[in-house]
Design a protein around this ligand. Sequence first.
Ligand SMILES: [Zn+2]
Length: 183
Amino acid sequence: MTRIPVSDNFYLDEFIDPWTYYLYGSKSLRYIAPQTIAFTQRVREILEVPCTINNWSNHGKMSAKEFLLQPRWKQNRSFKESGLRVFDKALYNKKLKARGMKGDALIKKVVGGTTSQHKFGRASDIKQNAFTSKDVHDIIEDYRRELMELGLTTLEHHEATRSWVHMDGRTTNLNDKLLIVRP
Ligand SMILES: [Zn+2]
């Protein structure tokens, strides 16, 4: 599929779940906060290593439709809910069915909490192989001012997210301090 670049290192499909991408295509952009793209890109630049958010499109080799037509066990081998997550499963399944999708192409369960910042397009989970989660948190603290200006406000505690780093841009009343939460 033709991919849509949204920053120097990332494409739109990396921030969007495959169901939203299937239903809305390039218009999925409207559901991801610009701050999420901005702070994720800046963290990627600071780390200077490849970072994965979603990889369901396999570098654009697979369309959302092709992805969803695979058996669920195959779908589950890819990251697909590390950026935007579906907010209303029932509504989405109705829309998917209206477009002829059935079985494993429908949404069984959306990962994470019901009011997760991912559902508001304000969060990303990044994975990379060069640093521990704690290292990344320390590096983010070093660049806190700059990253907060781009809209980053919150991290999930590294002990709870050992194989990824959760960043989000929820509104907080902390001006000069990142909020650290336990998921
Ligand atoms: Zn997350």
